[in-house]
Design a binder for this molecule. Sequence first.
Ligand code: FE2
Ligand code: FE2
Length: 184
Amino acid sequence: MPEQNRALIERAGVDVDKLLEMLVKAAAAEFTTYYYYTILRMHTVGLEGEAIKEIVEDARIEDRNHFEALVPRIYELGGELPRDIRDFAGVAACMDARLPEGADVKSILKVLLEAERCAVRVYTEICEYTHGRDPRTYDLALAILHEEIEHEAWFEELLYGRPGGHFRRGRPGESPYVSKFLKS
Ligand SMILES: [Fe+2]
Ligand SMILES: [Fe+2]
């Protein structure tokens, strides 16, 4: 763990244990979301479903990228992931994005939108907590937040016709903001 970095951000007023708890809960939400979105995407079927499959896929892969980007920072700060995946899933910052009863496209979209809205809240909170105090975590949380707000806008557009400015990513799950944090 980079001791100096930890000391500096503590001196700036960050409770590192509290921050680590926020980051682990956020990472757990990304990981479980990735799992649930896999199921949701499988169930986006038929003509209507086919139209949104690609967008669900972008959000699914980008959420996995968010998990990947968060983990190194957690370890850098001296934290770790729970050894048991059941414990990990249990602390997720957002509710499970379960396949809804009936599994029609509209109710699937509602589940997706709620999940994205939760993510927007989670990263807004981490940005607020780290702003001006822990620039590295702030920059990471901000990059994720940019993508979560886009995800929210995509599903709002699909559900309510509110223009979200979505155009397909250059490649699926491109992560235009978070990719700089991903180690290839
Ligand atoms: Fe995410
Ligand atoms: Fe997302």
